[in-house]
Design a protein around this ligand. Structure first.
Ligand code: PLP
Length: 384
């Protein structure tokens, strides 16, 4: 059905209800099985989910945990991060990325991102490690973020990172792949999130650590469970956290996994239509052969001075938009005193003023897409 641009509709930014309607009976049955067996903590669905995620990603070991933030925390505890260490990370990301670095008493060093794909710019790594050393810190690792669902350039990052470890913050990108492999296999450790709005979300908080290193995986398993030995449960061999995923969330995720790859393909269709519709009037996100994004967000760059007006015009048409992220982290109160390279991070700073994310989910019907496309084109082309 052709849509009429003057007719008013209400579009969902992310539609979790449509997804739930599709799999509700399976989810109800999965939750009921957990209520019946009663193993709410570390029940059988946990190992089942970890095996399913290993086969989805190609990672050899998967350790589920309580959130994406805990995945980063547990991962860096396992890597032995400590005061005096520095970890490089992008200035343009969600606040959880640097949080665990600071919590462990180490120092986040913010470096800039690439203006076309929003991901960490490998060219900034050398300046980041030099800055760490100049401050008397030991640069031990870096966190690359697969922002909005697109894997960072791990080949270039690895080449520039020397012997530093690499954590892939894949909270937004699980399910994506590049010619080099799938998300989950790029970092020393990959951290992902099952927050409800992520491409693979549960009905609460959840996350996972993925790694090919059996020793790191076993340390993460121990840390997730108060530092308990994985061999003798009465032996507490390190300081850990209570970082387990709930069995109920694992059961829900197993049902969502059964439609995940199909959902990724549907997101890609929406993104391809958006890109074709906006390429002549806005800076659209990159798409390249062989590299896929799972489109956690579909993000355009618009003229900063007009962003508020564009968003207001879309809101008036029932089209929600969002700004991820309105401030780079080195400008946030909690992180302002941590080092950043250069005189600032010009790309992170300008992206914060330019970005605007559109409704994106697998269940955006074609007529809804047409309505959004017409609305966005009209708002972008309106006289300033
Ligand atoms: C969501 C997110 C996190 C944190 O995940 P939670 O499960 O909410 O703790 C970390 N990094 C990035 C880039 C994210 O988008």
């Amino acid at each position: 059905m052709a849509s009429n641009a003057s007719e008013l509709r209400k579009v969902a930014f992310i539609d979790l209800e449509a997804q739930q309607a599709r799999i509700r009976p399976q989810v109800d049955a999965a939750i009921k099985r957990v209520l019946d067996h009663g193993q709410y903590i570390m029940g059988p669905e946990i190992a089942e989910l970890e095996a399913a995620l290993a086969s989805l990603s190609g990672a050899k070991h998967v350790v589920s945990c309580a959130s994406g933030t805990d995945a980063l925390l547990i991962g860096m505890m396992a890597l032995g991060l400590k005061p005096g260490d520095a970890v490089l990370c992008p200035g343009f990301t969600y606040t959880a990325t640097p949080e665990a670095i600071a919590l462990l008493g180490a120092t986040p060093i913010f470096i800039d991102v690439d203006g076309s794909d929003f991901n960490l710019d490998p060219a900034g790594i050398a300046a980041g490690t030099a800055l760490a050393r100049a401050k008397g810190l030991n640069p031990v690792g870096l966190i690359a973020v697969d922002l909005f669902g697109l894997p960072a350039d791990y080949e270039a990052i690895r080449a520039a990172a020397g012997d530093m470890w690499i954590i892939a913050d894949a909270a937004q990108s699980l399910g994506a792949e590049t010619p080099a492999g799938k998300v989950g296999t790029f970092g020393t450790i990959t951290a992902t999130s099952f927050f409800p709005a992520k491409p693979l979300g549960c009905y609460g908080d959840g996350g996972a650590i993925l790694t090919d290193d059996p020793n790191l995986a076993s340390i993460c398993e121990s840390i997730r469970l108060h530092g308990r030995s994985t061999i003798d449960k009465y032996d507490i061999e390190r300081i850990g956290v209570n970082g387990r995923l709930d069995t109920i969330q694992a059961a829900i995720l197993l049902q969502k996994l059964s439609i995940f790859e199909e959902e990724i393909a549907l997101r890609q269709q929406v993104a391809a239509r958006y890109n074709a519709a906006f390429a002549d009037i806005a800076a659209v996100p990159p798409m390249s052969e062989g590299t896929t994004s799972v489109w956690a967000q579909y993000t355009l760059k618009v003229p900063p001075a007009r962003r508020d007006a564009i968003m207001a015009a879309l809101k008036a048409k029932g089209i929600p938009t969002a700004v991820y992220y309105p401030r780079p982290l080195h400008h946030q109160g909690a992180y302002r005193h941590y080092p950043f390279t250069g005189n600032g991070l010009p790309v992170s700073e300008s992206l914060s003023a330019e970005v605007m994310s559109l409704p994106m989910h697998p269940y955006l019907a074609e007529d809804e897409q047409d309505y959004i496309i017409a609305g966005v084109r009209e708002a972008l082309l309106a006289e300033a």
